[in-house]
Design a protein around this ligand. Sequence first.
Ligand SMILES: NC(=O)c1ccc[n+]([C@@H]2O[C@H](COP(=O)([O-])OP(=O)(O)OC[C@H]3O[C@@H](n4cnc5c(N)ncnc54)[C@H](O)[C@@H]3O)[C@@H](O)[C@H]2O)c1
Ligand SMILES: [Zn+2]
Ligand SMILES: [Zn+2]
Length: 369
Amino acid sequence: MKITAAVLFAPEQPFEVTELELQEPRANEVLVRLAAAGVCHSDYHLVSGATRHPMPVVAGHEGAGVVQAVGVGVGDIRAGDHVVLNWAPDCGRCFYCLRGKPNLCEAYVGPIWAGTMLDGSPRLSLRGNPVYHFCGLASFATHAVVPRESCVVVRKDVPLDVAALVGCAVATGVGAAMYTADVRAGDSTVIFGCGGVGLSIIQGAKLCGAQAIIAVDTHSAKLEIAKQMGATVSIVAGDGAIQCILDATGGRGADHAFEAVGVPAVQEQALSAVRPGGTLVLAGLSPMGTGTNLPGAIITRQEKTVKGSYYGSVHPRRDFPLLLDLYKSGRLDLDSLISKRYPLTEINRAYADMLEGRVARGVIRLDLD
Ligand SMILES: NC(=O)c1ccc[n+]([C@@H]2O[C@H](COP(=O)([O-])OP(=O)(O)OC[C@H]3O[C@@H](n4cnc5c(N)ncnc54)[C@H](O)[C@@H]3O)[C@@H](O)[C@H]2O)c1
Ligand SMILES: [Zn+2]
Ligand SMILES: [Zn+2]
C-alpha cells in the first residue's frame, strides 16, 4: 500500500515528507494506522548523527494508533484495537526477559538496530529500494507495520496523542523515578533537563512522594512548565546551579539526581548534585562513542551510585496500561505535557521548536494533514 512518511535520507538533512510503499504485515506483524507520534529528542539524534543508523530511515518511536490488520499467528490483537507502540520489543524467553528486564531483551536488539522487522527485512521501500524502520516502528508515517511484540493494547477512552507519549517520554521518565531510582516518600530529587523525558521524571518523582523536586534547565520557559508539573524549586542551568542545589538540600546534595539531556558535561555536573550515598540516574542518551568523565575517587569514598535507565526500566505490557490509568485518575498530567500539535508536513518545524525549547512535548498528529 502507499503511505505518507517523513524520511531521513542522511544525517544533517531535513526530514522529507514523501510517499512510500509499505508491504502487508507478515506472520506475527501488525498494520497500524497511526494517530499520533511524539517529537522525541532520540529521533533527532539520527539527524545530528549522535545515533548511527542505516539510511534512508523513517524515524518516530513514540506512537499510538488503531490496528488495521494483523498477520498470521497474531491472535491477541484485533483490527480496531488501540495500541501504544513499544520501541524495545521483548521476546519473553531470553536471558534478560527471564530475569525481569525486558527493556534489555537481547533476542531482538539485532534486527531492531538494523532497522528491519524481526525477520531481518524491511517492509518499507521507495521506488524498489529499501527504507529502514527506526526501532521497528517508523511512526512518523500515516501507517506502520510493526512486530506484534511492539503493540500494547490500551483502553480506548484516552486520546491517542496522550497515549503516544506513554510509548516513550512518559514511560522513560516516570519509570526512571519509580523503577530505576525507586524514589521514596520524602526523598529529594534533582532533574537536569526539562523536555518530555525530564518533565515526566518530575511527575514520576511527585507520584512517588518526593518532597524536594529541583528542576534545572537552560530555558526559563521550561522551568515554568516544570513548576506546573510538580517541581518545588527551579534553577537556571549554569555554573551556579550546583551551589543552588546544595543550598536547597541542606548542603548535602539530593538523594537522586537525574540527567535527562544526554550531554557528558551535564552528566558529570549531575554527579556533584548527588549527596554521599545517593544515586545518579542517566536517562539522557549521549552521542555514540563519547565518554563521560566521572571521578572514581569520589564515587568510592562517598558511596555514590551511577545507574543507567533505559526505557525507565519499565515492562511495557504491564506499565503502559498502568500509566494511562494514572492519567485517567488525574495522578499524571499528560494533557499539559503536549504543548503543540503539528501535521506531518511540519515535522522540521516541530524539531526546530524542540531544539529552541519552545515546547514541553510536540506531537505529530497524522490526522491533521
Ligand atoms: N533512556 C532512554 O530510554 C531515553 C528515552 C527517550 C529519550 N532519551 C533521551 O533523553 C534525552 C532528553 O530527551 P527529550 O525528548 O526530553 O529532549 P528535549 O530536547 O525535549 O529536552 C531536553 C531538555 O534539556 C534542556 N537542556 C539542554 N541543555 C541543558 C543543560 N546544559 N542543562 C540543563 N538542561 C539542558 C533543554 O532546554 C530541554 O528542555 C535525549 O538525550 C533523549 O535521546 C532517553
Ligand atoms: Zn528477550
Ligand atoms: Zn523517545
